[in-house]
Design a protein around this ligand. Structure first.
Ligand SMILES: *Cc1c(COP(=O)(O)O)cnc(C)c1O
Length: 372
């Protein structure tokens, strides 16, 4: 294992930032690795593999239909293409050949038009859609969403994510009600979310998940939903979906990952708090540092350590602290969204207690280094 790091001169990484694409997202468990391995070593009738793993997952989740795709971004693009193209044979292969005569506007609350690493709008455009923003940066009601719908609208898109504006936003149920009142499908991007049933239950026609984030599968994505729109998503495999193909190993790996995910007790926020308590105590013994437990802003059962630096007392500005820890070996990555407020967040889900000790001593050294 370490030879790979040596061979390509890569740095070891402590991932305290959560499910970050830039760090490789997650490290799947052995049963998932075995399923990937089995997939790589055998042939299958691929259409059957896609359909039957999809049916199996739909059964596990209690939804009408499901399909494994290459990632959540591809799931967004193909879902958008699906609701625009539907059964049209010419459009399937000519989605981008000419301006579209069919409805292709995708209505999205303005506060959901985010960049998750790439912009939502880029994926919508890849699927032939045109983003139409509803409401304002800090507000979107059911009425404001409805006001953006026209005869050119193909679907309503709702992004359930910590990246989005959280306050004064309509709920998934409200978005479903508005969409269905206009005979439109609701697509929910729940890429990093943990509940595989709730948004479908709240009326979404298509729900998209990232396979490697909460589900800890291989690089992949999942689209679940009503039978007809999922069939249209699958059909995109002969259109734009071909450029986003998932392999047999990814299909089998994610299917196994989801089955295991549903069966196991997941680490609770309370357990995360227990794991981080000695770490918080160690940090609070350092000058210029206040550490405490904070809960996920998107409402998931995730506890994180918030470290607040009194930059004067600590002797280093927060962005410099983040950079120093990233540049060390092993490289340590935090959530840096609030660096401008002197705050970093530690996501402990992928961090062992030993690694937490490494992190606190590296932070201690940085403070000392400045003072001596
Ligand atoms: C991570 C993420 C995506 C993209 O997921 P991939 O599987 O990496 O393509 C899309 N939307 C949101 C909200 C995300 O958090």
């Amino acid at each position: 294992m370490s030879s790979i790091y040596e061979k390509y001169q890569l740095k070891q990484v402590i991932n305290a930032s959560g499910r970050m694409t830039a760090l490789g997202v997650s490290t799947p468990r052995q049963d998932v690795v075995d399923a990937v391995n089995l997939g790589l070593n055998h042939y299958f009738e691929i259409k059957d593999l896609v359909d039957k793993t999809g049916d199996y997952l739909a059964g596990l989740l209690g939804v009408e239909s499901a399909v494994v795709v290459s990632c959540a971004s591809a799931g967004i693009a193909q879902s958008v293409a699906a609701v625009i193209v539907k059964d049209d044979a010419d459009l399937l292969v000519n989605l981008h050949s000419a301006p579209l005569a069919v409805s292709h506007e995708i209505v999205l609350p303005k506060g959901h038009n985010v960049n998750f690493g790439a912009p939502v709008g880029t994926m919508v455009a890849l699927g032939g859609g045109k983003v139409v923003e509803a409401g304002y940066a800090n507000e979107c009601s059911a009425e404001q969403l409805a006001a953006a719908i026209t005869p050119r609208t193909a679907a309503v898109l709702y992004i359930k994510s910590h990246h989005c504006v959280q306050k004064s936003m309509l709920s998934v149920e409200q978005a479903a009600e508005v969409a269905h009142h206009h005979q439109l499908p609701l697509i929910v991007d729940a890429a990093a979310e943990e509940d595989l049933r709730v948004y479908y239950g709240q009326g979404a026609d298509l729900v998209i998940y990232s396979g490697a984030k909460a589900l800890e599968g291989p690089t992949s994505g999942l689209v679940i939903g009503k039978q007809q729109p999922v069939a249209w998503v699958k059909r995109q495999g002969n259109g734009i979906g071909r450029a986003m193909k998932i392999g047999k190993e990814g299909i089998l790996g994610l299917t196994q990952a989801i089955e295991s995910y549903l069966a196991r007790e997941k680490e609770s926020g309370k357990e995360m708090v227990e794991k981080m308590t000695p770490f918080i105590e160690a940090l609070n013994s350092l000058p210029g540092i206040k550490a405490r437990v904070v809960w996920d802003s998107a409402g998931r059962d995730i506890a994180r350590t918030e470290i607040h630096f009194d930059e004067q007392a600590f002797g280093l500005a927060t962005p410099a602290i983040i950079a120093a820890l990233k540049n060390g070996d092993p490289a340590i990555y935090f959530r840096g969204y609030k660096a401008n407020e002197g705050i970093i967040e530690v996501d402990v889900r992928s961090v062992t207690p030993e690694q937490l000790t490494i992190i606190s001593s590296r932070i201690a050294e940085l403070g000392k280094g400045r003072r001596s």
